[in-house]
Design a protein around this ligand. Structure first.
Ligand SMILES: [Zn+2]
Length: 66
């Protein structure tokens, strides 16, 4: 029998989210931020940049939708 009470996994608590446009940093993902996937990568936009970027996102969706 093995008693492993020292098996703590070193998690990275400093997982921060960075806005891909203006470089704003948030410790936890705010609900106002937008998550987008480009080329298999997850990128985030803050609420301000998401508002300006939503046009290109929608434009891209629109072109590939049909
Ligand atoms: Zn931003």
């Amino acid at each position: 029998m093995r008693n492993s009470d020292s098996g703590r996994e070193p998690r990275t608590p400093e997982e921060s989210f960075v806005c891909a446009r203006c470089g704003a940093v948030a410790e936890s993902l705010p609900v106002t931020w937008t998550c987008s996937v480009e080329n298999g990568r997850r990128i985030y936009f803050c609420d301000t940049c998401a508002r300006e970027n939503i046009r290109s996102i929608e434009g891209r969706l629109d072109s590939s939708w049909w």
